[in-house]
Design a protein around this ligand. Structure first.
Ligand SMILES: [Fe+2]
Length: 130
């Protein structure tokens, strides 16, 4: 698959208050496309991060050092994330299937949720390619 923005460290702004609940539906191992979340980063987003949204991995590693664990686990592993912190999907050799439930208080001009019309069209194009 081509590189996708989801493979790059970024953050999302879903609304004033939002919460993501993830459940791995397949076993997610070190070689899988596991999720990465940078602990504590939601409170350390800078104005420049807001403008560019995607931040180089080397810069995130420098800023957050050892707070970037891969999230792996057997099917059924559940974790909760504030998507306003840096996160991404590792580009592994094994796929993962994940259930993502998103709560958001409302949508606004800065929202770029997966449910936006533009995002769904792009997703459908990628799925057609593969
Ligand atoms: Fe995201």
């Amino acid at each position: 698959m081509p590189d996708h923005n989801q493979n790059k460290l970024h953050f999302d702004y879903a609304g004033w208050e939002s919460l993501n609940i993830f459940v791995y539906l397949t076993d997610v191992l070190q070689e899988s496309s596991y999720h990465i979340y940078v602990k504590g980063s939601a409170k350390k987003i800078k104005l420049w991060d807001v403008i560019r949204q995607i931040v180089p991995a080397s810069e995130v590693a420098e800023r957050f050092k050892d707070r970037i664990p891969p999230i792996t686990g057997p099917a059924g592993t559940l974790f909760i994330e504030n998507a306003e912190g840096f996160h991404c999907r590792h580009k592994g050799s094994e796929r993962r299937v994940i259930l993502n439930m998103l709560f958001t208080s409302h949508r606004n001009l800065l929202s770029h949720g997966r449910s936006s019309h533009k995002t769904l069209e792009r997703r459908d194009r990628v799925f057609e390619e593969i």
